[in-house]
Design a protein around this ligand. Sequence first.
Ligand code: HEM
Length: 448
Amino acid sequence: MSTVTTNGITLDLDDIQAGALYERPSPYVGVYLLLRIRDRADGRDLVRRLHRLANPAGSADTPDNTSITVAFTYHGLKALGVPQESLDSFVPEFREGMAARAAILGDTGESSPEHWEEPLGSSDVHVAVVVLSSDAAQLREAAEKARQAHAQLPGIDLIWRQDCYQLATGRTSFGFKDGIGQPSVEGTGRPSMNPRQQPLKAGEIILGYPDETGELPPMPTPDVLGRNGTYVVFRKLHTKVAAYRSYLRAKAADRADEDLLGAKMVGRWQSGAPLALAPETDDPELGADPRRNNDFTFADDPRGFKCPVGSHARRANPRDALDEDGSVDVRLHRMIRRGTSYGPILPDDVTEDDGADRGIIFVFAGAHLKRQFEFVKTQWLNDGIFIGAPLESDPLVGARQDPGSFTIAQRPIRRRLQDMPPFVITRGGEYCFAPSLSALRWLAELDT
Ligand code: HEM
């Protein structure tokens, strides 16, 4: 059995799906598949086959290279015949699904479910399978295994497929390196990316272990179904790259100012260098150095002269910036993110929209849908009350129907960007549950 013990926490790594817990290789290519179960027996057969393909976090050959992760929606668990008592034991957000929570999440107007890509957000989405690999040939091989798992079963339909990738630079469609700020988790044996932050308690991410409050997070029953599982959110987010570039061009004095305004919106330069450490100019070496590019807090910059308090990364993880307030424990709102690019990158300097669909498949993994993903999205990204700017939302990804504004602290007078349109549109998504390996077995053997 493969386990790592940290601070007395021993995670059952042989039972936890690797995809939920471990960093993805970089670069990589991948594919997201959504399946519908029309026939219960075929559904269980599918789970039996997927169980053989899913990778445990602890296996000796845990593919940092190739992995298959399996997750289910509420409707998927229902289609498999999970007893109602068990279904009722999942948290309400999961049972309702993402589309039903759209108004809360700010998915309105262009982002509202009525405009979502079919079948996202519908009760047809049952099973999500994610296949990733650092190698295109290995991806094809693994994707073929996943295809065989469902294609031979007449009661299973493939209803959606999305190719995705991560560039070697780690940059996504707006040009910024992503995936830098991540919490480390006790018991995973993976070192902290931020040397100033203790790893999170395992129960923040994996069900069945104490979380930061010292309690066990609410866990679906029976134990075999809930333990070692985690909730997974995926969202297809279209990025309006041309509109973003045109906006910066219109507001900036020159090209250097464009880069600066972009960095102020994100909290990092495109290279990944944090404004907290490189406030004046980009420092690509810093951006590329995993030992330094997370080694900062905001304590010395309470008003945001270096890194605006309303910038995306500072909103999404205020680190110690809210400590004085004392009412918010930032560690209760951390999340594991596994963002992936989709669609072609818009060539540098193009400011005309080419009509292509491009953006990010945003993925969150954690034990608390509400106080992690939903809290960050609604309280910190879509709102500005917590930073004393109630009329502002996140400049890069915040939901806004009407053009918004973004304040950049500077001396002698602050700079305010007005008439900022939304740059990110939700194309759809789902709340899923990625069960443990033993739960997959349990689901395959249900006899209700
Ligand atoms: C298209 C949409 C998005 C884009 C382009 C985007 C881009 C970025 C970039 C460039 C960074 C800085 C690099 C890093 O620290 O990893 C970042 C950080 C982050 N983003 Fe996003 N993001 C998007 C959506 C979201 C959403 C919807 C959430 C949460 C609900 C989120 C949460 C975070 C968090 C938690 C961090 C890390 C902050 C830190 O630890 O310092 N992002 N994002």
